[in-house]
Design a protein around this ligand. Structure first.
Ligand SMILES: NC(=O)CC[C@H](N)C(=O)O
Length: 227
């Protein structure tokens, strides 16, 4: 299984993501500069965190208009997995690959600490290795993590079990304590907390590693190969 970590000008969690999949999980992975649109040979696309284009206009807005996102959409339309973390989630929202929008944190400050999260849906290809409603701990690091969706979108997300992670102690004002959502089809996940920064106990938590392991296991089961 081969991962592409897309790098935009201003990405700053790309190397953490690469380290997690390449060195901790032992998978094939490349850092892919946003101007390179050849994504056909990758099985999964990872949109890392950071400040793409300096968060100008709105975080993720300018990156969402780049050509590479058309190729990410093609990849998603083919049913292949896409994971957006933090700024990656913001880009997925701005691209329309996931519903809703991100607002500034309710205290208008950048926050950087560990948060307790509940795995609200453990029946996705990203969360199958977690237990139902398991509480896990992942770091957050964002200024615009206050997820908003209108009432109709919210009830649709709830009805379709698309809310995958919720905060135990909502730090940023997100509606319904939402920390991560998945698309209807179940192959595009966006989340504000950073699983790639919680893959070794030395980092304070290794709760993030099972997200990547879930994805790899699902891919191997689907394609019945050990690569
Ligand atoms: N770690 C990140 O991805 C930062 C996210 C983002 N640009 C913000 O501060 O809201």
């Amino acid at each position: 299984m081969k991962f592409a970590v897309i790098v935009f000008p201003g990405s700053n969690c790309d190397r953490d993501m690469y380290h997690a999949v390449k060195h901790v999980l032992g998978m094939k992975a490349d850092l892919v500069w946003y101007e390179n649109s050849h994504l056909e040979n990758y099985d999964a696309i990872l949109l890392p965190g950071g400040f793409s284009y300096g968060d100008y206009l709105r975080s993720g807005a300018i990156a969402s208009a780049s050509d590479v996102m058309q190729h990410v959409k093609k990849h998603a339309d083919a049913g292949k997995p896409v994971l957006g973390v933090c700024n990656g989630f913001q880009i997925l929202l701005e691209s329309g690959l996931l519903p809703g929008a991100m607002l500034p944190n309710k205290n208008l400050s950048f926050m950087c600490h560990h948060e307790a999260l509940a795995v609200s849906n453990h029946e996705t290809q990203f969360t199958a290795n977690y237990k139902k409603d398991e509480i896990i701990h992942l770091p957050i690091a964002h200024g615009e993590g206050n997820y908003f969706a209108d009432a109709d979108t919210l009830s649709e997300l709830k009805r379709n079990h698309q809310i995958v992670f919720t905060y135990e102690n909502n730090p940023n004002g997100s509606v319904s304590d939402i920390a991560g959502i998945i698309n209807r089809r179940g192959n595009v996940l966006g989340m504000m907390p950073h699983p790639e920064r919680a893959v070794e106990t030395l980092l304070g938590s290794d709760d993030g590693i099972r997200l990547f392991q879930s994805l790899i296991k699902n891919w191997r089961n689907t394609y019945a190969i050990n690569a």
